[in-house]
Design a protein around this ligand. Structure first.
Ligand code: GLP
Length: 247
């Protein structure tokens, strides 16, 4: 595992964007795994800047998002589909037909989960997966006590996650209680993984993910087993890390 501690959110975003841009330059038909949440917004802004400067071209890129709420229309501004268009897809030349987000409105949700993994596999597997982290250590929507063997599946959101995500809704009652999420196994199959964290409220989760026991209670701890993972965290999120102990 590699850990990069940056002095602030903007630096974290720049470092992460550079890695993704370089991935696409080296392999123009890269398969990107993308994330939502407030943390990657700055990274997406930096990627857009590189695109506008003509440094990178997304026309052959395929993307798969980590997760989506259940029973929220794509057009709803709270959907992750809407988020991705607003924060990235509308600003770069990716072909929207090549951007996949789990369909939380599917009438056959189990089939949707199965097909999602199949599509990733058929595309050749994820080259790089971007992740945020929840305060409880979740990645995607893989909440504490998840099975590490899980592929894309339906999840019940943790009370902590519902509370944390309420800031994006008018009230806590409007936050969906279920979502569809790539599973840990799907994420761990990615060739490379970048995890981003910013702010002191993430410091405990980051500490446990890097130094703690590998356990389903702290889903991000499984990343210690990945051969090519980098945590890019700002000083506040990295506050409890012992950099001498990381190898
Ligand atoms: C959400 C998403 C995650 C994200 C996490 C942290 O619930 N499903 O993919 O990493 O919460 O969000 P934020 O970056 O806003 O702190």
């Amino acid at each position: 595992m590699r850990v990069i501690v940056t002095k602030n959110y903007d630096e974290m975003s720049k470092v992460a964007a550079r890695m993704i841009v370089s991935q696409v330059i080296l392999k123009p038909n890269s398969i990107l795994g993308l994330a939502t949440g407030s943390t990657p917004i700055g990274t997406y802004k930096e990627i857009i800047k590189s695109f506008e400067l003509g440094i990178v071209d997304f026309k052959e890129v395929i993307s798969f998002n980590l997760d989506e709420y259940l029973n929220i229309e794509k057009e709803n501004s709270q959907s992750y589909d809407y988020f991705m268009k607003e924060n990235l897809f509308n600003h770069i030349n990716i072909n929207k037909k090549n951007t996949y987000i789990p369909d939380g409105m599917s009438l056959d949700i189990l089939n949707e989960c199965r097909l999602y993994d199949k599509k990733i596999f058929e595309a050749g597997g994820l080259d790089i997966q971007l992740l945020g982290i929840g305060r409880n250590g979740h990645i995607g929507f893989n909440e504490p006590d998840i099975q590490f063997e899980a592929r894309t599946h339906v999840v019940e959101l943790d009370q902590q996650t519902i509370k944390d995500n309420a800031r994006f809704f008018d009230s806590v009652d409007q936050v969906p209680t279920k979502a569809i999420s790539m599973g840990i196994k799907t994420i761990m199959h990615s060739k490379k993984i970048i995890l981003l964290a910013s702010g002191k409220e993430k410091a405990d989760a980051v500490f446990e993910a890097v130094h703690g026991l590998i356990r389903p209670k702290l889903p991000a701890s499984v990343l210690q087993l990945h051969p090519d993972v980098v945590f890019i965290v700002d000083e506040e999120a990295g506050l409890r890390l012992d950099l001498k102990e990381i190898y």
